[in-house]
Design a protein around this ligand. Sequence first.
Ligand SMILES: *Cc1c(COP(=O)(O)O)cnc(C)c1O
Length: 398
Amino acid sequence: MSGFHGLFIPGPTNMPFGVRQAMDIALEDQRSPDFPAFTLPLFADLKKVFKTEKGQVFLFPSSGTGGWEAAITNTLSPGDHVLIAVFGQFSHLWADLCNRHELVVDAVNVEWGEGVPVDIFAQKLADDKAHKIKAVLVCHNETATGVTSDIAGVRKALDAVAHPALLMVDGVSSIASIDFRMDEWGVDLAVSGSQKGFMLPTGLAIVAVSPKALEAHKTAKCPRCFFDFADMIRTNKDGYFPYTPATTLMRGLRASLDTLFAEGLDNVFARHHRLAEAVRLGVEAWGLTLCAKEPKWHSDTVTAICVPKGFNSDDVVKTAYHRYRMSLGVGLSKVAGRVFRIGHIGNINEIMILQALAGCEMALRDVGISSVRPGSGVAAAQEYIRTTAPKLQLSKVA
Ligand SMILES: *Cc1c(COP(=O)(O)O)cnc(C)c1O
């Protein structure tokens, strides 16, 4: 088939050509004397993306879910209490993972479409005079609902009562696309994966760990082997790994970091914000609503859009796939059939956003949502993109 299949899901994301090319290489000797010259700068540069100087970054051959498990098992013991808010499929799954590791999970159920309830957390932390809560878990960007939460606010709540709990953050669909400040926000464990903001195939869990978390690791009793930080620390210091690392993905990661740094992280975040605004203006022009309840929770990497009552969002996704060869995100779990999602994370530009909106408009009308006028969302996004593009000096014809 000609052209490209439109990939507008929030992960796996679109890979830059340079990243793909960087992985089109022979497999290499992961114990070679040259290997550390490649890995040590890679570790150092990853820290820049997490904005940590004090922390250490580990690379596991795994998906993001393994990063959750690494964070939990390395720093907690069975029976430890953790505080988490559940407001979407990913925060739900992380809470479930904690349960299966026999932690005592205080899950605050929040309406899907809202973010972390900082006030409720602040109260719970203030009430926990005995410091039974060992970790506070926050999903920075809930990919199921398109909601970004206030991590700095949670840190403030912890500090307000000098609570010593570890702060763990799922940044799988935020880090490298939305501003993330590990040291400034006092994040102890930050989890990401390769196939979202890092624009790579699935296969790396990227976990950044604070000195405080490494201290907790020394006494944490959860069973672990594959994900044990100790084995990584022992071997990573010389640029090696305790078992075969995903060398090809790491070559891709090198190219991905080079791409991010060449654009500049702040420019990457600004691009995501601008393109997300264009999508949101498009949705508004359709007369549809976002799953995210308030602007303060709007995600710059994924937009979840509610379909009107009486329609099934799965039909929109199916229609877009079969008739227009583009992938959109389905509604997950509680919002299945009610929302569809446009992923605008990673290697995305203006014209791709207009493509996505144009395809959605056709699919929405195809399933009978005729209140969506043809071209309405595209037009709104076009005008925003046009008026916010860098000014260009035009030459005059004499
Ligand atoms: C994708 C995602 C995950 C899970 O990552 P996998 O790589 O699929 O294991 C976890 N959290 C969030 C917020 C995600 O978007």
